[in-house]
Design a protein around this ligand. Structure first.
Ligand code: UD1
Ligand code: CA
Length: 460
């Protein structure tokens, strides 16, 4: 195919009626990424001369998503009258290429390898049209590939098929490549005299075949070509993609106690010797460094974990970073650009929001630190809170190096505790504490001798 050009057209204008969802089908997520994103990644890796996506139903939403792919052009199909109609309305776009590869938008597992060998077969055979088929365990709903004794090929949609034709297990995968010179004259001849009153792209195959043009059907693996039409199929596909991803990371040296109980998004990066316990979910652009242990039921989203980080269990980390040898949990919530420095610790029932915890510092139990900066080797007593919000605005708290904050200290922000200062347990700190000082902000205790005993006697 030297010197000939290839355009790739992804059809994503349909509603996906069987999904019963308000989202367009191609934007439904597999793990945490829209279905369409998987196919676009593969298609772009094919290095074609142009890529376009047909949008229609909830097209603005699809266009918004496509902004993440600057080289991909959206094309509108305002009325969705079928896949043949979709290709017809986009003719001005594909007519500038020598060949056009047309794909259903719901083929997330189609691999680059399969796509490349499919294209090569098409070019080698000098076919007018090639299509990808597969042998379906359950062919219901798919177009059946009908191969005639004379070598001709046609596709009969499930709803139009005779009982005899429905027995055929070879089905159309929704992936076609056309010689543009041959496609142009045929695309106008499509009719919609069928069960769905739609213009079927697969009818092009029969029209070309009947005209004596060369049509090839290559059989691909069902694993790669299964479409996604229902919520149950979406769930099955999601599990399948998960299995592939978890398998990939195990091959890279990640330990997984129960591969069926771990969820990892497609853009996550894991280092060797990371251990993942059951119930772990890792999403977004999270990264986990060598030797880190992510304990049971931890959820990470856009989290960066350094090396040898230990999340004990039930820790949630969002848009935050944990440096080498830091530790958190069980039951910690670390969010909104918080940072645990080297050797730092956020323990049981601790929430950190927009807070930096310095090297070696500890927030062991039952504390809320928001909009705060903690220096190095600080110790925060149980039940301490930065009172950062007055109902209107948020204010910062600064806690110097080596501070010892007594249990149940309320730090009313904005407030600063100088280096090496302390606060007395139960204090409400409303003014800055100078370096090296003890801040006491509580009523003095007095003991009433014998009072309790007397009360008991009176109650008898
Ligand atoms: C289609 C094929 C069928 C094949 C199956 C594989 C037709 C008529 N049938 O059936 O032979 O076995 O895929 O999964 O093509 N779309 C548009 N505009 C439209 C209609 C659809 O862009 O007017 C898009 C959809 O968004 C989707 C793709 O085309 O991505 C296929 O549409 P879908 O309704 O899923 O096709 P099937 O009925 O499954
Ligand atoms: Ca359909």
């Amino acid at each position: 195919m030297e010197n000939s050009t290839l355009g790739i057209l992804v059809m994503a204008a349909g509603k996906g009626t069987r999904m019963k969802s308000d989202l367009p089908k191609v934007l439904l997520p597999i793990l945490d990424k829209p279905m369409l994103g998987y196919l676009l990644k593969t298609v772009l890796n094919c290095e074609p001369d142009g890529v376009a996506v047909l949008v229609g139903h909830r097209g603005e939403q699809v266009c918004d998503y496509l902004k993440a792919f600057p080289s991909v052009e959206p094309l509108w199909q305002r009325e969705q009258l079928g896949t043949g109609h979709a290709v017809r309305v986009s003719r001005p776009w594909w007519e500038r290429f020598d060949h056009v590869l047309v794909l259903n938008g719901d083929l997330p597992l189609l691999s680059l390898k399969t796509l490349r060998s499919f294209l090569n077969e098409h070019f080698d055979a000098k076919a007018a049209c090639s299509l990808l088929s597969f042998i379906a365990r359950r062919p219901d709903g798919y177009g059946r590939v009908v191969r005639r004794p004379d070598g001709g090929v046609g596709i009969v949609e499930h709803k139009d098929a005779s009982p005899q034709q429905r027995l055929v297990k070879e089905v159309n995968a929704g992936c076609y490549v056309f010689d543009v010179k041959r496609l142009s004259p045929v695309i106008d001849r499509l009719k919609n005299d069928n069960a769905q009153r739609e213009y079927y792209l697969p009818d092009v195959v029969a029209l070309m075949s009947e005209a004596g043009l060369r049509v090839c059907a290559s059989v691909a693996e069902e694993e790669e070509t299964l479409g996604v039409n229902t919520q149950a199929e979406l769930a099955a596909m999601t599990t399948r993609v998960r299995d592939v991803l978890v398998g990939h990371w195990m091959a890279e040296g990640v330990r997984v106690l129960d591969p069926s109980a771990v969820w990892i998004g497609p853009d996550v990066k894991l280092a060797p010797d990371v251990s993942l316990m059951p119930g772990v979910q890792i999403w977004g652009n999270s990264e986990v460094g060598e030797g880190s242990v992510v304990g049971p039921y931890c959820v990470l989203r856009n989290a960066r974990l350094g090396r040898r980080v230990h999340l004990v269990a039930n820790v949630i980390v969002e848009d935050s970073a944990l440096c080498d040898d830091s530790k958190a949990g069980p039951f910690a919530y670390i969010r909104e650009r918080s940072l645990l420095s080297e050797d730092a610790f956020a323990g049981k029932f601790v929430e950190l929001k927009k807070t930096t915890v310095g090297k070696g510092s500890k927030v062991p139990h039952l504390s809320y630190m928001g909009d705060a900066v903690l220096g190095e080797n600080v110790n925060i007593g149980a039940g301490s809170v930065t009172c950062n919000y007055d109902g209107k605005n948020k204010f910062p708290t600064t806690i110097g190096d080596r501070c010892f904050v007594g249990s149940d200290t309320m730090m009313v922000a904005p407030v600063t505790l100088g280096d090496d200062s302390m606060t007395a347990a139960g204090s409400t700190i409303t003014a800055d504490v100078p370096a090296g000082a003890l801040g006491v902000g509580r009523a003095r205790q007095k003991n009433l001798e014998g009072w309790a005993l007397k009360k008991k006697q009176m109650e008898k």
